[in-house]
Design a protein around this ligand. Structure first.
Ligand SMILES: CO[C@H]1[C@H](O)[C@@H](O)[C@H](O)O[C@@H]1C(=O)O
Length: 676
């Protein structure tokens, strides 16, 4: 009998053990109280507060908590204060959402084994809108998604709702993300159909108590496609009326709807230029219909017109003349760099340059150009590098963080966005460590002063363990991982030498005749007998002139250009002497080789980590590191063997010799080791 009972117990707890180890819980691995406690008091009531209470009653093991709405200035937004004595904790905020954020802060601290007897914390968000962009299509696929299909399951909505939608909202709220664009910027007009809007409403209702507002990406041709208007010209009265009616329809269903995200006249998407109008004409028409409801337009600057000019210059050329011409509920959404989410780019020269137009950054969490969900690349250092870049737009200290968060220029609202890496995979993001990039974006959107190290430290402790023997080496691995990826993919400022289409592996020889020149890798690296790299100096494409002094001079001169961007800005002779005395060719060989060795070091390090974590996550990460190590060799061999056909110089003796043959590598069609 006794044994029997044990079996039953085992059956009951088994699913929970499995659940706890597969990564599905993300960083929300709070201990569960055996019985919910009754430890929370509050002077307010709402669905949001119910969530806060439930979380604390279920997971908090410390002293009783008072959640208190208090008077704070508007600038406090959804911030909170936490004050504690050994007997009691008080969380104060202006809004219920602030109290929920404060509650998650406590649970996060508990995960990190902090002390709670003497807290005096004050937090408020760096940005008003902290938004994920999902590139989810209505058929459930995700553009550049490597973690399975869309969470929303459009086909089941509005009647059946996947439980993961609420889990998603909870995870976002726990890091302060408060907004989401549900669909791909390559938007189907059908997104705005009545039946789809009803599905959107259901999601908005689930997200609302967690403080998350819903936005939609819209197709500029929607009026013509859905409303049979003659065209979609923003100055056509029928078109304007169609948008006005659509806005009214949306807000009836979703009173707190956030607004539109628009990719227009970019990569074949329709836009105002189809009718001889400008981006401002298009954005303003939408802004006008959203304005009465408090909605906004995030208008993307990811454009490159069909000109022969350097692609890195084109967005600036198109948008600068429009500075000051946008309505006050329009914000320009600019990718961190001027080309496209490369492993390393200089910052986008539009930042700071449009002085009369609000701007926001678009990062990419999904690793389109960083090994998809196979490579371990912690992105906080990439995000920080961008946010901390000094544009000099308003003198020294005009960092992108300060330009976009309202510190430098007062703003009606501020925002920051990133393309999500989330899908239906059990572990949400395809790679356990890719969860850290979702987390890191949320934490930086909340507080852009945090360091990459602080964020990694928090994430590791919440997701895995507090054991120093795990935390210290794993943190080191995470912190160096982005530079490692740069080393084995595109060191020294090389960019976009990815295989066309999937963007996973190397194809530096790619020359897709008959398409746009700037879709070919050879366009970007410009290897020839003299050297390597894109001359963007005054005597080249002159992209350097789009930067404020002194950066135009610094980047314009090969001697002062930071070496990690030297091939971005200059065509560098193979024998050019680098700062460490190596020639550029030797340095290139050294960097690729270093990248390979670094990944092998990660493998060795990870192999020692089994004692500290569960077997399942241990072996899943181990398998991915193996793929990454093979891919790193693939990258190194492909790039060095190919560039060597131009450099005509030997690969230095102290560098591991290629194990592949260039002809064989050129034949690879499917990504090696790529399991998605
Ligand atoms: C959504 O389209 C993407 C496209 O898949 C991607 O390869 C490119 O980098 O950027 C586009 C964009 O950002 O609009």
């Amino acid at each position: 009998m006794k044994n029997f009972r044990h079996y039953i117990l085992l059956f009951l707890i088994l699913p929970f053990i499995a659940f706890a180890e597969d990564g599905s819980q993300l960083w929300l691995r709070y201990p569960v109280n055996s019985k919910p406690r009754n430890i929370v008091n509050s002077n307010s009531k709402s669905p949001t507060l119910e969530i806060a209470k439930k979380e604390l009653n279920n997971h908090w093991s410390g002293q009783p908590i008072d959640l208190k709405i208090d008077k704070f200035p508007d600038s406090f937004k959804d911030g909170y204060k936490i004050i504690s004595t050994p007997k009691k904790i008080t969380v104060l905020a202006k809004t219920d959402l602030g109290l929920l954020y404060g509650s998650y802060h406590l649970l996060n601290l508990q995960q990190q084994k902090g002390s709670f007897s003497n807290l005096n914390i004050e937090e408020k968000p760096s940005y008003d809108i902290r938004i994920l962009n999902h590139w989810d299509n209505l058929d459930g696929t995700i553009e550049r998604g490597y973690a399975g299909h869309s969470l929303w399951k459009w086909e089941d909505l509005p009647n059946k709702i996947s439980p993961r939608c609420e889990e998603y909202a909870r995870a976002n709220a726990s890091v302060g993300i408060n907004a989401t664009v549900l669909n791909n910027v390559n938007a189907s007009p059908n997104m705005l159909r009545e039946d789809y809007l009803k599905k959107v409403k259901v999601l908005a209702d689930i997200f609302r108590p967690y403080g998350i507002k819903v936005y939609l990406a819209v197709n500029f041709s929607s009026p013509k496609v859905l409303g049979n208007t003659k065209d979609s010209d923003p100055l056509n009265k029928d078109v304007q009326k169609w948008w006005k009616d659509k806005a009214s329809e949306i807000y009836k269903l979703i009173p707190d709807f956030g607004g539109f995200l628009v990719k227009a006249n970019s990569e074949g998407e329709p836009g105002p230029q189809d009718y001889g109008r400008t981006h401002a004409d298009g954005a303003n028409m939408m802004a006008d219909v959203l304005k009465p409801y408090g909605g906004i337009v995030m208008w993307r600057a990811f454009v490159y017109s069909p000109s022969s000019d350097d692609r890195a210059k084109q967005a600036y050329l198109e948008f600068m003349p429009l500075d000051g011409k946008f309505r006050d509920n329009v914000i320009i959404q600019i990718k961190n760099g001027p080309v496209d989410f490369q492993p390393r780019e200089p910052f986008h020269p539009l930042f700071g340059a449009m002085k009369k137009t609000p701007q926001m950054v678009e990062f990419q969490i999904t690793q389109e150009y960083l090994g998809h969900s196979n490579h371990l690349v912690y992105l906080a250092p990439l995000f920080k590098e961008n946010l901390d870049s000094d544009t000099y737009s308003d003198g020294k200290g005009s960092t992108i963080a300060k330009i976009t968060d309202g510190t430098l220029r007062s703003a009606k609202f501020t925002a920051i966005s990133a393309v999500a890496n989330i899908g239906e995979d059990t572990n949400w993001t395809g790679h356990h460590f890719a969860q850290s990039n979702w987390f890191a974006f949320g934490r930086l959107a909340w507080n852009n002063d945090l360091t990459s190290e602080q964020i990694a430290d928090e994430w590791i402790k919440m997701t895995f363990t507090n054991d120093d023997k795990f935390v210290t080496p794993v943190k080191e691995m995470m912190l160096t991982s982005r530079e490692t990826a740069v080393d084995y993919m595109m060191p020294l400022g090389l960019h976009h030498i990815f295989a066309g289409g999937h963007h996973y592996g190397p194809e530096p020889w790619g020359d897709y005749k008959g398409t746009r020149a700037d879709w070919s890798p050879v366009y970007y690296h410009r290897a020839d007998a003299q050297g390597l790299g894109f001359d963007r100096s005054k005597t080249g494409s002159d992209a350097v002139s789009q930067y404020f002094p002194p950066l135009n001079e610094i980047y314009g001169n090969i001697k002062t250009t930071p070496e990690n961007l030297i091939l971005w800005f200059h065509h560098v002779p193979w024998d050019y002497r680098m700062k460490d005395g190596k020639t550029m060719w030797e340095e290139l060989c050294y960097k690729y080789d270093l990248g390979v060795h670094e990944v092998r070091d990660y493998q060795k390090l990870w192999n020692k980590m089994l004692p500290y974590i569960d077997e399942q996550r241990f072996s899943e990460v181990k398998d991915k590191l193996k793929i990454q190590a093979e891919d790193a060799v693939w990258w190194k061999d492909a790039c060095l063997l190919y560039f060597q056909t131009y450099s005509n110089r030997p690969i230095p003796d102290n560098i591991e010799k290629p194990v592949h043959k260039l002809e064989d590598l050129k034949k690879i069609k499917l990504p090696m080791g790529h399991h998605n």
